[in-house]
Design a binder for this molecule. Sequence first.
Ligand SMILES: C[S@@+](CC[C@H](N)C(=O)[O-])C[C@H]1O[C@@H](n2cnc3c(N)ncnc32)[C@H](O)[C@@H]1O
Length: 250
Amino acid sequence: MNDAHEWIQRWDSQQERYIERREERFTVIGDVLEEVCPPDAKILDLCCGPGSLGSRLAARFPRAHVTGVDFDPVLLGLAREVHAADPRRAWIETDLRRAAWYKEGQLSPGFDAVVSTTALHWLSGAELTRVYRDLAGLLRRGGVFLNGDHIAPAPNEARLARIGKARRNLVERDADLRGSATWDGWWEEIAADPAFTALWQERRRRFGDRHGEEPITLAFHLAALRQAGFVEANVVWQRWDDVVMAALVA
Ligand SMILES: C[S@@+](CC[C@H](N)C(=O)[O-])C[C@H]1O[C@@H](n2cnc3c(N)ncnc32)[C@H](O)[C@@H]1O
């Protein structure tokens, strides 16, 4: 059986199957933080999974504190095990689908930055709109929100969507050649590891098979961010339908 480090390495390789320039995307998020945040920034990693983005940021900003939020007991279990000895990392289990998620997670305002990758497409438009309002309240004045995720094509962009899909298929073919796991394959493997069976069953109870697919366009994100109180919001990096958007509070 793999240890937690190996599971996270396999996670990263599995995610690269779907996000062609995942490390570049992490770097861009760090680049924006370097411009906006103090060296001892308080960073919230929303839907942190096993902590991949937070680990890149903690390595790049040695005085920063990174709090990871997620509702998946398996992924948080891996993160907690690997980073147990690092006082700059904290982990909070809370469900963003619940209106009181940040209160239930005992999060207080004052974060310099909120970051997230490959996760907010799990939320519905209504949930996302509410979460964006919550984030504007959790950030300090001048703080930044950065979201790296796939965006849905607008209804009149069917041909552009097909081009993007064709390019993604090529990246997946390369991942097959490298032998990296698929999303389903990674979950099947860890479910079979006795060390994770109980957590995996709890995960199934919480999420079922869903990982939300309400198509949310870039225009929707940017409008929702502005309505939530962010004064500037735009794309700072893009690869096909994969974007990093940045939004600043006043
Ligand atoms: C594809 S993973 C990405 C994880 C990590 N950010 C990364 O880039 O490797 C999506 C993450 O969103 C989390 N997530 C989805 N819905 C959530 C919710 N309602 N509350 C908290 N976390 C959620 C999942 O548990 C999962 O960790």
